[in-house]
Design a protein around this ligand. Structure first.
Ligand SMILES: *Cc1c(COP(=O)(O)O)cnc(C)c1O
Length: 349
């Protein structure tokens, strides 16, 4: 294997500034699920904390605890996937903010908090249509009343009400926001006035100011990954932070073989779609992706040991992870996250 993922932490910091400028006065939560979208959790979190990011979105509680270990006690670390008492104890122990979108889990959390003698910061999740672990509107009024009781008991502190939206069509997102506003009103009627309301991820945080509320949860854009079918990174004022490279391992006739393949995370379906890699002589078509090797059209002077760019800013003419994703009907995040953990990450700052 000759693949390497270069991660530009200076570009990350510039993107963080750009996102924060765009969404202000709302705050930024940097989403770092899936090993910071494949870029490597610890270096990304460390650089972001040094740049003053004070909210991190961790997905599960174990990742949340890992983020806490890197950032120390200051920043807020939000995890929204907890399935067991163990997960809840992990969250309490690491001082996480917890997203709760299930009435039974809320009860378990009340017990866990009482046992630990802790008050847990909670963000209540309403299902605004995506049907991913949120409380359905019909169950919401009872849910927020129960949360208010647990808050009065000192087991929880309800700091947030939130939801996740599809960001696929403005009309659907508008419907989701209507449900969200209703959920805030119901929470207020139960005596809950959360200081941190959050709804938007990357796309809506840039395109829909009314979706920003107090905080936006942004992953893709912070890594410079644009939305499939959306504006270019340049138009958004963002730069891709990762560059996937590989080396030429053989040259035969009009084909150059690269030391990167499906086992490194390159989708086999990319071959023959018009996907290109960047070489010293410009773009060359990707013709075949095998398990550990790929084949591209060769170029004058191609030699074993030459470096090509598979995605990201590097040699001339290559595309972004989203450019590749669009060729096979997926999203740029998917291409980034698929890069095998065995591919070395090289950090530049
Ligand atoms: C992944 C995720 C985000 C970030 O989405 P991007 O489009 O990458 O910005 C935000 N919120 C939740 C709940 C997520 O799962």
């Amino acid at each position: 294997m000759t693949a390497r993922l270069h991660v530009d932490l200076t570009a990350l910091t510039a993107n963080l500034d750009r996102v924060r400028d765009t969404v202000a006065p709302a705050e930024l939560m940097l989403v770092v699920k899936d090993d910071a979208y494949g870029h490597g959790l610890d270096p990304v979190v460390r650089a972001a904390a040094a740049a003053g990011v004070d909210w991190f979105g961790a997905f599960d509680t174990r990742t949340g605890a890992a983020v806490r270990a890197v950032v120390g006690s200051g920043p807020r670390v939000f995890a929204w996937i907890a399935a067991s008492r163990d997960d809840l104890d992990t969250a309490i122990c690491a001082g996480l903010d917890l997203g709760i979108g299930d009435a039974e889990l809320l009860e378990e959390l009340g017990d866990a908090a009482r046992d630990a003698g802790a008050t847990v910061r909670v963000h209540l999740k309403i299902d605004t249509g995506l049907h991913r672990n949120g409380v359905r509107p019909e169950a919401w009024p009872a849910f927020v009343r129960r949360a208010a009781q647990l808050q009065a008991d000192g087991a929880i502190d309800v700091v947030g009400v939130w939801s996740h939206i599809a960001e696929a069509s403005d009309a659907e997102d508008d419907d989701a926001r209507t449900v969200y506003e209703w959920a805030l009103d119901e929470a207020a009627a139960a005596g809950i006035h959360p200081p941190v309301r959050h709804l938007a991820a990357s796309a809506a945080s840039f395109a829909r100011p009314e979706f920003r509320y107090d905080l936006v949860r942004v992953g893709a854009f912070c890594y410079g990954i644009r939305s499939a079918g959306g504006p270019s990174a340049g138009d958004l004022g963002l730069r891709p932070i990762a560059r996937l490279e590989a080396e030429v391992t053989a040259v035969h006739g009009d084909a150059a073989e690269l030391g990167i393949g499906a086992l490194d995370g390159l989708p086999t379906s990319l071959a023959g779609t018009g996907a290109h890699v960047g070489t010293a002589e410009g773009r060359r078509r990707l013709e075949l992706v095998g398990e550990t090797r790929s084949v591209v059209e060769t170029w004058p002077g191609a030699a074993v040991g030459d470096t090509v760019t598979v995605f990201g800013p590097g040699l001339q003419g290559e595309g972004s992870s989203t450019d590749l994703a669009e060729l096979i009907g997926t999203i740029g995040e998917e291409i980034a996250v698929r890069v095998s953990p065995l591919v070395p990450r090289v950090y530049e700052s």
